[in-house]
Design a protein around this ligand. Structure first.
Ligand SMILES: Cc1ncc(COP(=O)(O)O)c(C=O)c1O
Length: 385
């Protein structure tokens, strides 16, 4: 009997220890981890730089409250703001909290109600972020949702042109819809959204919770498209496993989040901040990001040549090391079989196998994963030669 609410259909694997790209199970097995704690441990498990940073902070203090000046918080905010080429940061504890704060910021800054999001988006599980999410299955049984969220088809600029108006506070999107099935925004669509936001003086919010912190080969995915959002949200990879979320905004928004307007007891916790500084200092470098881009190209090419022969593999999509394999094979069955063959992977949408290897993954590890995928998919699918 478990005393936990059964909100997660848990896997049969119980981790004993984790290191780099591997999780060592209590069953004695060594699993190649291409989930990275759902897009969190971008530097792999227990990277030394992050571990040392947390250990140093543990010896100093691990909570004092946001009533105090904390030099490390300032440093983390500077790294994050400069990484996004933006100005101001608010620290929260999770992705949903970061998006919640972004929604509050946009409403207050504009004095408007309507927020436009997209079908298949995912923005979190709090009331506002669940309401923002464009997937019915996330909301079932919890209604009524917060009003004034409008959901439009992703990558459909025409639909946005018809919906955006003078009461629109913000348009909010993911550059790559992660939970929704690895759908990448097109250049034309993303620039069109930015342009329409400008025209209607609505704020452009980019949710980089899954795509950010180097995952796609840039500090933030919007940088591939040279966009200039008003608000960006971050979490997941930011602390490489320690809980932290952040809202990054332009200077013009400073007056909106004045003293007493928003807050969080734990937001910007010293241990999470120490982890975030070490993580950003490692990832936010040209050479590191280029390496991610180049290894992701290698992965995609090899993956495509190895898997496109299978009739049940419909499409392979990616941006950097955020990879989706659309398949007609039953997903839970496929994921279980992969685990039995020592590869941990994730679902996305209804029919997409999602791979989020650590950004530090080696070519040998990628080859190993491809071999396992070939074997397992080959069990359920014919190969056409
Ligand atoms: C794009 C995106 N936004 C928001 C969230 C919510 O983050 P959290 O689970 O940390 O609240 C997620 C989590 O998967 C996400 O992928």
């Amino acid at each position: 009997m478990s005393y936990l609410f059964p909100t997660y259909a848990r896997w049969e694997v119980e981790p004993d220890m984790a290191e780099g790209s591997y999780i060592f199970g209590k069953d004695g097995k060594k699993y190649l981890d291409f989930t990275s704690g759902i897009g969190v441990c971008n530097l792999g498990h227990r990277p030394t730089v992050v571990q040392k940073a947390i250990a140093n902070q543990l010896d100093r203090f691990w909570h004092v409250s946001n009533l105090f000046i904390q030099g490390e918080q300032e440093k983390a905010a500077e790294l994050l703001a400069k990484g996004a080429r933006m100005d101001l940061v608010f620290f929260a504890n999770s992705g949903a909290e970061a998006n919640e704060a972004a929604i509050k910021l946009a409403r207050k800054a504009t004095g408007r109600k309507k927020i436009i999001t997209f079908t298949n988006s995912f923005h979190g599980r709090t009331f506002a972020t669940m309401s923002a999410t464009g997937q019915d299955k996330i909301k079932t049984g919890f209604g009524p949702m917060l009003e004034t969220f409008i959901y439009l088809p992703f990558n459909d600029l025409q639909a946005l042109k018809q919906s955006i108006d003078e009461d629109t506070a913000a348009v909010m999107l993911e550059i790559v819809q992660g939970e929704g099935g690895i759908h990448v925004g097109t250049d034309e669509f993303l620039h069109g959204v930015q342009q329409l936001c400008k025209e209607y003086e609505a704020l452009f919010i980019i949710d980089e919770i899954q795509t950010g912190i180097g995952r796609t080969g840039k500090p933030f995915a919007f940088q591939h498209f040279h966009l200039s959002p008003d608000i960006v949200t971050s979490a997941k990879g930011l602390g490489n496993g320690l809980p932290i979320g952040a809202v990054i905004g332009k200077k013009e928004l400073e007056r909106v989040f004045g003293p007493g307007s928003h807050g969080s007891t734990f937001g910007g916790n010293p241990l999470s901040i120490a982890a975030a500084i070490a993580t950003m200092e490692t990832i936010f470098h040209e050479e590191f990001c280029q390496e991610v881009e180049s290894i992701s190209q290698y992965f995609l090419e090899k993956l495509t040549t190895s898997l496109q022969v299978f009739t049940e593999v419909k499409e392979i999509r990616n941006l950097g090391l955020m990879v989706g394999i659309e398949t007609s094979i039953d997903l839970p069955m496929l994921l279980k079989e992969l685990r039995e063959n020592d590869l941990l992977a994730l679902p996305a949408g209804t029919n997409v196998l999602r791979l989020l290897p650590p950004l530090t993954v080696t070519k040998a590890e990628l080859n190993k994963a491809i071999n396992i995928l070939q074997t397992v998919i080959g069990k359920f699918s014919k190969a056409v030669v």
